[in-house]
Design a protein around this ligand. Structure first.
Ligand SMILES: [Zn+2]
Length: 415
């Protein structure tokens, strides 16, 4: 058995309690064995590695509830010219960057197959712990349909671990849910409205009928209570998704008071991904590379999105951190916390949304999300105090140490 002692730092444990200066954590194998004041934490005599936090801040590994780890920044030319297998090798770098940013668990909202998840789990490649959805279900012509006006499809061709995403009608959607579950989906992802980065629809468009949505939720529920997450931006599509029993609303741009009431009633999560549209309009390349109508769609929604997420936050809707990483470069995930604070969250609330609440959204609260005894040892040490300035988390040089599953995977401490 190997032991790791993290010492000389201020503990921000992800439970929302007061920061604890002079804290220590004893890790045994991959689990947190003792957490608390340094003088109360035991110090095994044998096989002990010590990590001096150097007066920094000790936090749980962060959790991003909405990423697309298998791709990065839509590029029409590139997606046509890249051979199929090349994407897998590129993705190894995306996984690494995600972990280096301090994100140790994610929910992949479409694109990762079971074999890739296993490669991370078995340590073949470094990456975050992933809850996979396989592929996001979409109607014909919907947000997940890669058809373009030339008549070709830009979607990755289906392969044994990756069924295609398109389904229409109650019996077809049932079959598609069964296919993604067979392929290893731990959450079912669907698109119940149009979106920003899709050629043939708009965020306001409603996709899937109430009957189709109900069939999807029921079919997933039959398999041990698998939950459904929905890309949902337009008012009608968000409302129908919530009424059908969908577990988490992704993006949620055109929320209304009525929808916010429904989310509160049903305990629906909101994963705002505030960074997604912001990243597009901030990116000088996007303006050149994206078709102008796609760029304009992103610019149109930023303000509306912020205002409505703010309303949902003030009303008390459960908000879990998600970025839609892949829309922007991977490894910039913690920028989202600053954007959450811009809509009124306190730094501590944004940390909770990215740790404890996010772990609940992933139904992994027994494993990760807080630094409490018995949980997996996913730990981040920052040089600067995130409660003082939440934006420092977005600087990866400030993320001095990352420990995943009891193993030090990043160590940039000054010696
Ligand atoms: Zn997404």
């Amino acid at each position: 058995m190997s032991s790791l002692l993290i010492k000389n730092g201020t503990l921000i444990d992800g439970t929302g309690g007061n920061p604890l200066p002079g804290a220590a954590i004893l890790v045994e194998d991959n689990k947190l064995k003792e957490v608390g004041r340094a003088d109360k934490v035991s110090r095994p005599a044998k096989d002990l590695t010590e990590i001096d936090a150097q007066g920094g801040y000790i936090l749980p590994g962060f959790i991003d509830c909405h990423v697309h780890l298998m791709g990065e920044k839509f590029d029409l030319q590139k997606s046509i010219m890249t051979p199929f297998s090349y994407h897998f090798y590129e993705a190894i770098e995306y996984f690494r960057r995600t972990v280096m940013a301090g994100v140790t668990s994610v929910r992949d909202a479409g694109g990762m197959d079971l074999g890739t998840k296993m490669a991370i789990e078995n340590g073949l490649v470094l990456g975050p712990r992933v809850k996979i959805s396989i592929n996001g279900l979409s109607i014909t012509g919907g947000h997940g349909d890669g058809w373009v006006p030339s008549g070709i499809s830009l979607d990755t061709p289906p392969y044994p671990g990756m069924p295609d995403a398109i389904c229409d009608g109650v019996s077809d959607v049932r079959k598609k849910v069964r296919e993604v579950l067979r392929a290893g989906a731990e959450i079912v992802k669907i698109c119940s409205t149009g979106g920003v980065l899709s050629p043939t629809d708009r965020p306001e468009y409603t996709q899937f009928s109430p009957e189709e949505l109900a069939a999807i939720v029921q079919e997933a529920h039959f398999r041990g209570g698998v939950k459904v997450m929905s890309h949902a931006q337009g008012t009608e599509g968000v409302k129908q998704a919530i009424l059908a029993g969908i577990y988490s609303i992704e993006h949620g741009i055109f929320l209304t008071d009525e929808i916010i009431e429904l989310m509160l009633e049903r305990g629906t999560y909101l994963v705002p991904t505030l960074f997604a549209p912001v990243s597009i309009i901030e990116d000088p390349e996007a303006k050149q590379k994206l078709p102008p109508f796609l760029y304009q769609k992103a610019a149109d929604v930023v303000e509306i999105h912020r205002n409505n997420v703010k309303k949902a936050y003030l009303a008390g809707v459960k908000i879990a951190m998600g970025t839609d990483s892949g829309v922007m470069e991977h490894g910039r995930n913690l920028r989202e916390l600053g954007l959450m604070c811009d809509i009124g969250m306190s730094p501590m609330e944004s940390i909770l949304a990215s740790t404890k609440v996010a772990s609940e959204c992933l139904e992994w609260q027994d494993r990760v999300g807080t630094l409490e005894e018995g949980k997996l040892a996913d730990v981040v040490i920052t040089r600067m105090d995130p409660l003082e300035d939440i934006r420092t988390l977005a600087d990866n040089d400030n993320i001095a140490v990352v420990i995943k599953d009891g193993k030090v995977v990043k160590d940039m401490r000054l010696s």
